[in-house]
Design a binder for this molecule. Structure first.
Ligand code: PLP
Length: 400
């Protein structure tokens, strides 16, 4: 019986500290998050809303205006009748953002980053291709590569020497190097300049997933290509729009010919209803904010919060030799504690003090590296961060 079998599997997950549960929040995304059934809001360090735009009034207003002007639903796929002028404007806006980095840049909107990565891997990774993928790449890149006709080679996280050996041995006519720009569970940056040099040397494309870089990295918030000052027609860039951009969806920017190919061949683009045009209108407002003085001020405030949290976590790790703090310069700051039980226990202890930090466990991260994953937002105040640090300080006393 399927139900009985699944119940047994669920019980086994529970036993291993791996059963996942959703929490119901009863208000908008923000530093203070109200949970259903809880009296006090939690101070949240969970979201990917790095610039604090998800609940920004300018975006809510643009969304409402967009719904009035364009309606709520697009009504069809982009290739049938669901592609509005406002979608077009967003695509052109993002193409302009990357035009200093990618020649003849064009953009293509997707309903989610997961679908954009599926589209890229399957449409570019044909039977003539080998995909070279970092072991810590996002699940959507891994699954997309599995679904593609291409040969897939995974290299150890950041191991450029191994990648080079694999490239030397490769004999397919086309090669695709695929990487997260900021790794989502560790917060470290990929060495994109070195990866691009390797792509040039071995005649490969470089696909960059900038889910955690767009909005945050670069002087204008254009993301990792701006941060590193890269320029090449080998670059295929993907940014998600539900993180720092505060909305939802994703955009791919690449040479116009690649974009045209995706329109012809990418099934996750072709066979799905177009993004709501109202969301596209909100995205225009978000893009304007990210590039504005306010956007720059938000990025600067975020950097200050990151430095302060790292200092606090470094002090904590000194007290706990089993814990470690990966080298992250981004808003993603993991505290690796090892066992699933420890991660869950610490997360529960923090929650009793009113602080919400998720415990991240396998299979999201490798076995034995369960962690608390703190994410910061420009919406956090210094005082809220100090509150977190004070709670972490008591944790030290409880566990040592
Ligand atoms: C979140 C994320 C995605 C998926 O984007 P969605 O828009 O949430 O589907 C893809 N890649 C990375 C690295 C991510 O962190």
């Amino acid at each position: 019986m399927l139900i009985t079998r699944l119940q047994q599997e669920l019980a086994a997950l529970e036993q291993a500290g791996l059963r996942r549960r959703r929490r119901v929040v009863t208000g908008p995304c923000g530093p203070l998050q109200q949970l259903a059934g809880a009296e006090q809001p939690r101070l949240s360090f969970c979201s990917n809303d790095y610039l604090g735009l998800a609940g920004h009034p300018a975006l809510a207003e643009a969304l409402a205006e967009g719904a009035q002007r364009w309606g709520v639903g697009s009504g069809a796929s982009h290739l049938v009748s669901g592609h509005s002028q406002v979608h077009e404007d967003v695509e052109q806006g993002f193409a302009r953002w990357q035009s200093a980095h990618i020649p003849q840049a064009a953009g293509l909107l997707f309903c989610s980053g997961f679908m954009a990565n599926m589209a890229l891997m399957t449409a570019l990774g044909d039977g003539q291709t080998t995909i070279f993928s970092d072991k810590l790449n996002h699940a959507s890149l891994i699954d997309g590569a599995r679904l593609a006709d291409a040969d897939v080679r995974r290299y150890m996280h950041g191991d450029l020497a191994q990648l080079e050996r694999l490239l030397q041995r490769c004999n397919t006519p086309q090669r695709l190097i695929v990487t997260d720009a900021v790794f989502s569970m560790d917060g470290d940056l990929a060495d994109l300049p070195a990866l691009l040099r390797m792509a040039e040397q071995y005649d490969a494309w470089l696909v960059v997933d900038d889910a955690h870089g767009l909005g945050v990295l670069g002087a204008h918030g254009h993301g990792s290509l701006e941060h590193f000052g890269l320029h090449s027609e080998r670059l295929v860039w993907m940014g998600t729009l539900g993180k720092a951009m505060g909305v939802s969806g994703a955009v791919v920017v690449a040479h116009a010919t690649i974009i045209d190919w995706l329109v012809q061949r990418a099934r996750p683009y072709i066979y799905t209803t177009g993004m709501s045009p109202a969301l596209a209108q909100a995205l225009l407002a978000s893009m304007e904010l990210v590039e504005s003085q306010e956007g720059a001020a938000r990025r600067q405030h975020l950097q200050q919060l990151i430095a302060r949290l790292r200092a606090g976590l470094s002090a904590l790790v000194q007290q706990h030799p089993h814990w470690s703090l990966p080298d992250s310069v981004t808003a993603i700051q993991p505290l690796v504690v090892g066992s699933n039980e420890d991660a869950l226990r610490l997360s529960a202890t923090l929650e009793q003090s009113g602080v919400w930090v998720p415990a991240i466990r396998p299979p999201t991260v490798p076995a034995g590296t369960a962690r608390l994953r703190f994410t910061l937002s420009a919406a956090h105040t210094q005082a809220q961060l100090d509150q977190l640090l004070a709670v972490l300080d008591t944790l030290e006393k409880i566990t040592s």
